[in-house]
Design a protein around this ligand. Structure first.
Ligand SMILES: *[C@@H]1O[C@H](CO)[C@@H](O)[C@H](O)[C@H]1NC(C)=O
Ligand SMILES: *[C@@H]1O[C@H](CO)[C@@H](O)[C@H](O)[C@H]1NC(C)=O
Length: 370
């Protein structure tokens, strides 16, 4: 009996002590947290702390999209000029007229000539669409805001529509500005039945924002998108682009110009005739294919040495045969089918069409019929 009473006493003692310890601790905590008035303020403070030592990998923190975008998507393009884009003379001229002039002299383009704000650059990959967009931004002294599908689909996936509205907010804050969206078909593709809820939200937000840009007469924001597959773009999105500009593979003179640009710092010995042969051999090569060819050809003089230590003095200049060998390694990346389908799409939807394109189109048609 007395043992029981004893143990009860012990238990009560322990309980009382525990209560005392706890209340002391809680009391201190109250004092420590005296500055925290309520849970709302507390949360806000916490969030602000997170933004201060911002870690984009921190999934718990609501990301500060405005700041993330500001740091990641703006590119300095002020150095670029049209001369940095080889060939594409017709296209550059058309773009000047359609995109650059109205923005440079808005007072001349009023009423029915009100500048358009949505442009789609389409055509085979590797033809310099991104460069063109950058050049437009440089000409217009605009902030160049560049975003790709991967930016939207990355870690912020799920909150992407907030990223989209932050993107347009940024463009507004930093106007005149150009929003450039590469590979737009991958995010704003045609709707289908198994479309993800998130992509639907992104698309809706884009449409709302694009309409906002389009309807404002004071905002100086231009939306430019690029795609290799215009056919895959959602129709509602497509309608928002007033002009769809075809950027084809480089022409003969374009290819010659490109090769000369690429070899600016590499010695070569190529006659007029050699250039003609080279141009003949590279029919169907895109700008980036040609860059690969030149890179490969430029390695040839080095490969003639058994070891790198044996190279004394400057390398020999490149010859036509170096290019011919390189062309055996590097094949054109764009299929005839892909060229034809963008040409065909251009005929139906493009902002310009000329005799040269018509001729090309007819040639394709006759080939496919055979
Ligand atoms: C962009 O680059 C140019 C020249 O390279 C420089 O003068 C200019 O200050 C830069 N602009 C920004 C915003 O960094
Ligand atoms: C290039 O091709 C054209 C027409 O296909 C041909 O007339 C010309 O002789 C070719 N030039 C060279 C150097 O192969």
């Amino acid at each position: 009996m007395s043992d029981k009473i004893k143990s009860t006493h012990v238990i009560i003692c322990i309980l009382v002590m525990a209560i005392i310890v706890m209340s002391v601790l809680l009391g201190n905590k109250d004092k420590n947290d005296a500055k925290i008035y309520d849970s709302k303020t507390y949360l806000k403070n916490q969030q602000q702390n997170m933004f201060q030592n911002q870690n984009p990998n921190n999934f718990d923190a609501p990301p500060d999209y405005d700041r993330i975008l500001e740091q990641r998507v703006i590119e300095n393009v002020s150095k670029l000029t049209w001369d940095d884009i080889a060939g594409l003379e017709e296209e550059k001229k058309a773009i000047q007229e359609m995109v650059v002039w109205p923005s440079l002299r808005p007072e001349l383009f009023t009423g029915i000539m009100t500048p358009e704000k949505g442009f789609l650059l389409f055509g085979p990959p590797g033809t310099g669409k991104t460069m063109i967009a950058k050049c437009i931004a440089s000409q217009l002294k605009s902030t160049f805001i560049s975003i790709s599908a991967s930016d939207l689909a990355s870690k912020y996936y799920g909150d992407s529509e907030k990223l989209v509205s932050a993107l347009f907010r940024l463009a507004k804050r930093r106007q005149p500005s150009i929003i450039f969206f590469d590979e737009i078909d991958s995010v704003l593709g045609k709707r289908n039945s198994n479309e993800h809820e998130i992509s639907r939200k992104i698309k809706t937000e884009f449409l709302i924002q694009m309409d906002g840009v389009g309807s404002s007469s004071t905002d100086r924001i231009t939306f430019i998108a690029a795609t290799n597959r215009p056919d895959d773009i959602d129709e509602a999105v497509l309608r928002r682009f007033q002009k769809k500009i075809y950027i084809p593979l480089p022409s003969r003179s374009g290819r010659e110009q490109l090769v000369k640009n690429l070899l600016k710092e590499t010695p070569y010995e190529l006659s007029e005739k050699d250039f003609e042969t080279l141009v003949n051999l590279t029919d169907g090569y895109s700008g980036s294919d040609l860059a690969n060819v030149c890179r490969e050809a430029a390695k040839a003089p080095i490969r003639e040495f058994k070891s790198i230590q044996m190279i004394k003095g400057p390398l020999r200049p490149l010859k036509l045969s170096d290019f011919e060998n390189a062309l055996k390694q590097i094949r054109p990346s764009v299929s005839i089918q892909a060229i034809f389908s963008s040409l065909h799409w251009n005929k139906d939807n493009g902002a310009f069409w000329n005799d040269q394109l018509e001729k090309q189109y007819q040639e394709f048609m006759s080939k496919t019929i055979k």
